[in-house]
Ligand binder design. Structure first.
Ligand SMILES: *Cc1c(COP(=O)(O)O)cnc(C)c1O
Length: 400
């Protein structure tokens, strides 16, 4: 972006999603950023290489930690989330792992919300304790409970909002206020909302992680993760988490695909949100539906908080049918357009059954405790013509 465009005010979200961190004049006029398919970078002189390793000279050394296509993506996502710096990695799980393993040590305590993406929950509750990190659980929708669980020992808290799979919403500002009083770090997984609908750093979060596999990539063709934070924290996560702990580098080609996805992110989120509200309204009014969870419905328990914290409600809808799991399985098999698949945030509308799929790593008792009932179904509303999505859902319900 030229200085002229930057002069008066910060450009809007989509302008930054399309231009931030890239000037065609630096790359032979190429409108689209080049894909730097190189593993290593030549040093101008023998001395220059040593200076770069010592951090006395800028530039690129080796592709595990830094590549120019990746740098453009990192600057762009940092701007969109309102953080100082960003880091692109090989998956959402890699993003979370880089943060946890770079910033926590044996003896530290982390407090986590009950409801998390299944593999994140497994990593936090099964891996971290093996390395001497104490993990405490709380229901983060209950702020008093968070206040009671967080202590002087708490080094970090971790949660998702809206949470996977039941889209519960957590008050980022309230949690951050409690955690900052004891000097802890607040890490938010912002995969479901994306920076279009919610910017946790502006509400006090210290670190944001993403599965860019989902809405940010947006086209179901890559696995990728992103971390956004202060320059200092990102340096720690890159030097330890990416460089020597996980080595989970994102390929330059996949960086390019995410840069392409970002250009339409705002447009896509508007469409996902508007069709999801229609689908949620249809489900809420259908006699075969026992319960429904969508932050944009007035019946949603945290509707006021969702309206305060988010500028739209996203594309994820969770619901349960009368007849529980059996009816749920039948309904999934009745669908013709809506596709049975895990993942979310794609152009295609997807449906899955958390208890047997994304959240199967939770034990049945844990699932019950965390509000992930056996009959719960999760819809990720896509970008197809709304009428077609609604017709398919309604037909599948009517055929039960
Ligand atoms: C999918 C998902 C992840 C994991 O991301 P991957 O890219 O699959 O590694 C983490 N958090 C949430 C909320 C997710 O939906």
């Amino acid at each position: 972006m030229s200085d002229k465009q930057k002069r008066n005010r910060q450009p809007g979200f989509s302008t930054r999603a399309i231009h931030e961190g890239y000037d065609p004049a630096d790359h032979l006029g190429a409108l689209t950023p080049p894909i730097f398919m190189t593993s290593t970078f030549a040093f101008e002189t023998a001395e220059a290489g040593g200076e770069m390793f010592k951090g006395e000279r800028g530039g690129y050394i080796y592709g595990r930690t830094k590549n120019p296509t990746q740098t453009i993506l990192e600057q762009r996502i940092a701007s969109l989330e309102g953080g100082e710096a960003g880091m692109a990695v090989g998956s959402g799980m890699a993003a979370t792992s880089c943060v946890l393993l770079s910033l926590l040590s044996a003896g530290d305590e982390i407090v986590i919300d009950h409801t998390l993406y299944g593999n994140t929950f497994a990593h936090l509750t099964q891996t971290l304790p093996r390395f001497g990190i104490k993990v405490k659980l709380a229901d983060f929708t209950d702020i008093e409970g968070v206040r009671e669980t967080v202590s002087e020992e708490t080094k970090m808290v971790f949660f998702e909002t809206p949470a996977n799979p039941n889209v519960r919403v957590i008050d980022i500002t309230e949690v951050a206020t409690i955690v900052h009083k004891v000097g802890g770090l607040v890490v938010v997984d912002n995969t479901f909302a994306t920076p279009v609908l919610q910017r946790p750093i502006s509400m006090g979060a210290d670190v944001v992680v993403h599965s860019a596999t989902k809405y940010i990539g947006g086209h179901a063709d890559i696995i990728a993760g992103l971390v956004i934070s202060t320059a200092d924290i990102i340096t720690q996560c890159r030097q330890a988490g990416l460089r020597w702990i996980t080595g989970a580098t994102l390929s330059p080609f996949n960086c390019f695909l995410i840069l392409r996805g970002l250009k339409t992110l705002e447009l896509r989120m508007e469409r996902h949100s508007s069709t999801a509200l229609q689908a949620a309204t249809l489900l809420e009014g259908h006699h075969k539906v026992k319960s429904i969870s969508y932050p944009g419905l007035a019946s949603f328990p945290q509707y006021d908080l969702a309206r305060k914290q988010m500028s739209g409600f996203g594309g994820l809808v969770s619901f349960e049918l009368d007849g529980g799991i059996d009816a749920g399985m039948k309904m999934m098999n009745n669908l013709e357009l809506v596709t049975r698949a895990v993942s979310l945030g794609d152009s295609e509308t997807l449906i899955q059954h958390p208890a047997s799929m994304t959240h199967a790593v939770y034990g049945p008792e844990e699932r019950a405790k965390h509000g992930i009932s056996d009959g719960l179904l999760r819809l990720s509303i896509g970008l197809e013509t709304a009428e077609d999505i609604l017709e398919d859902i309604e037909a599948a319900l009517n055929a039960l």
